[in-house]
Design a binder for this molecule. Structure first.
Ligand code: HEM
Length: 127
């Protein structure tokens, strides 16, 4: 397989991982309620675009709103973020995506935590 073919195959695996991830997230006891009424296919499409950019597979401008804006109305805590991560780790570990790409994906997403989790980016308010 040429390098280009390898990269294309990896992009297909990434889309499959995201599709499976959302299957599980929509049925998950801890985070599924966030997805009530959301369109599975739209989420797969947007998340795939975002992730392929993040991992450097292409540079097509991401057409969506900022992650902070998208998640601002959701009361997301570290528990939810961690649960999402476990689901993603499980799906990744069952995939044939090279381990180096899996680790890069997880570590880049971890850096996004302050944009997603409520209250984690600013000083805490005690009163
Ligand atoms: C690093 C972590 C995360 C990333 C990279 C991420 C990424 C995304 C992306 C790209 C979208 C689509 C945006 C759009 O349609 O414009 C989205 C939407 C959404 N995400 Fe996340 N997300 C993360 C964490 C979470 C967590 C922890 C939850 C809940 C447990 C969550 C729940 C949702 C929901 C419910 C939507 C749909 C929002 C709407 O359509 O109004 N996300 N996310």
């Amino acid at each position: 397989m040429s390098k280009l073919e390898q990269k294309e195959a990896e992009q297909e695996i990434i889309r499959d991982v995201i599709r499976e991830f959302y299957q599980r997230a929509f049925a998950d006891g801890i985070i599924s309620h966030f997805f009530f009424g959301k369109n599975h296919d739209d989420l797969v499409r947007m998340q795939s675009h975002f992730t392929l950019n993040m991992l450097g597979y292409h540079k097509n401008p991401y057409p969506g709103r900022s992650l902070r804006q998208v998640h601002a109305s959701l009361p997301l805590s570290d528990v939810h973020f961690d649960r999402r991560r476990v689901i993603l780790e499980n799906v990744l570990s069952e995939s044939s995506l090279p381990l180096s790409v899996q680790l890069k994906w997880l570590s880049l997403e971890e850096r996004l935590r302050p944009q997603i989790v409520r209250g984690s980016s600013g000083p805490s308010c005690s009163g």
